[in-house]
Design a protein around this ligand. Structure first.
Ligand code: AMP
Length: 284
C-alpha cells in the first residue's frame, strides 16, 4: 500500500493505473475507521482493480462550535486496517495541501442542502460537496462508495455528480450497525457507557416506526409523533429532528410510500448522532 499526502502523488499513481487500464474504487472518509468504513473499502476492493481510500477531516464541513478540533483520530490503526484490506493508495492530505489558497469556490446543490440536516447545519453540505468535488477531480473517473448512514449526503453527492457530469459512479452502501442496532459512527467514541446504551433509542425508534408502517400505518404525522414520544422518553437523548421524506428528492411527504425515508438526528452527551431507514425494510 502506498501512503501519500500530496495531490501530485495521487496524479502519478492514477496515471499509472489508467495506463494499465485498471478500474478505480474511491472511498472518501474522515478516518477513525470502523466496520462501516471497512464495508465500503471491501466493496471497493471487490469491484475494482485498484482501491483508493482518503482520510481527511475536512474543515469546510464543520461550523464554528462543532467538533473539528476534537474529531477522533487513530491514524496508525487506520493505516493497518487499510493495509489489511488490500487498499492500494491511502491518501492523507493536510488542510494546507487541500486548501493551499483560500478557497473561493463552493458547490451548492439547491433544495437538497437546506433541508433536514442542512436546516440544523446550514454550511455543512456545501463543505462536503466541495471537498468531494475536489476528490473526484483529483482521482478522475472512478466508482465512489458512500454509506447510506449519511443518507442526505449520499443524495447530495449523487446529484452533484450527475449535474456536473463527473465521470464518477456514486454507489450507496448499507448502514453497518452494532448488534443492538446502533449505527456505527466515529462519533460513537464520544459516548460514555451510559450514553452508549441510551443511544440505541435512535435505531429502536426507527425500527418500531418501520414495524408500524409495515403493519399498515402510512400517515407520516402519526409515525413522526410516535418517534418523538419514544425519543423523548429517553432522557439522555435530545431529539434534534425527525423527518419523513421521499428518499431521493428529500421532499416532505404526508403519506408514507415505498421510496420513503425516515431520518433522525439526536444529541446524546457530546455526540450528535444521525440515522435513517426505509420503513418498508426496517433496520437490518
Ligand atoms: P465519515 O468518515 O464519517 O465521513 O464516513 C466516510 C464514509 O463512510 C461515508 O460515506 C459514510 O456514509 C460511511 N459510513 C459511516 N458510517 C457508516 C456505517 N455505519 N455504515 C456504512 N457506511 C458508513
Amino acid at each position: 500500500m502506498k501512503l501519500i499526502s500530496q495531490v501530485s502523488e495521487v496524479h502519478e499513481f492514477i496515471d499509472e493505473y489508467r495506463a494499465q487500464k485498471n478500474t478505480i474504487g474511491l472511498v472518501p472518509t474522515m478516518g477513525f475507521l470502523h466496520e462501516g468504513h471497512i464495508s465500503l473499502m471491501q466493496r471497493a476492493a471487490n469491484e475494482n482493480d485498484k482501491t483508493i481510500v482518503t482520510i481527511f477531516v475536512n474543515p469546510l464541513q464543520f461550523a464554528e462550535g462543532e467538533d473539528l478540533s476534537s474529531y477522533p483520530q487513530n491514524l496508525d490503526k487506520d493505516i493497518n486496517e487499510c493495509e489489511a484490506i488490500g487498499v492500494d493508495l491511502l491518501f492523507i492530505p493536510s488542510s494546507e495541501e487541500m486548501y493551499s489558497q483560500p478557497i473561493l469556490t463552493s458547490v451548492q446543490v439547491d433544495q437538497l442542502m437546506s433541508t433536514i440536516e442542512g436546516a440544523s447545519r446550514p454550511t455543512h453540505f456545501s463543505g462536503v460537496a466541495t471537498v468531494v468535488a475536489k476528490l473526484f477531480n483529483i482521482v478522475g473517473p472512478c466508482n465512489a462508495y458512500f454509506g447510506e448512514k449519511d443518507w442526505q449526503q449520499l443524495q447530495v453527492i449523487s446529484t452533484m455528480a450527475r449535474d456536473l457530469s463527473f465521470r464518477v459512479k456514486v454507489l450507496g452502501c448499507p448502514t453497518v450497525r452494532q448488534s443492538d442496532g446502533l449505527a456505527l459512527s466515529s462519533r460513537n467514541a464520544y459516548l460514555t457507557p451510559e450514553e452508549r446504551e441510551a443511544a440505541t433509542v435512535i435505531s429502536r425508534s426507527l425500527q418500531v416506526a418501520s414495524e408500524n408502517v409495515q403493519a399498515g400505518e402510512t400517515s407520516a404525522s402519526v409515525i413522526k409523533s410516535q418517534i418523538v414520544d419514544e425519543m423523548t422518553a429517553e432522557t439522555l437523548a435530545t431529539l434534534d429532528y425527525v423527518e419523513i421524506v421521499e428518499g431521493s428528492s428529500l421532499q416532505t411527504i404526508d403519506q408514507i410510500t415505498e421510496g420513503a425515508r425516515i431520518l433522525i438526528a439526536a444529541k446524546v452527551g457530546k455526540a450528535r448522532l444521525i440515522d435513517n431507514v426505509n420503513p418498508y425494510f426496517g433496520i437490518k
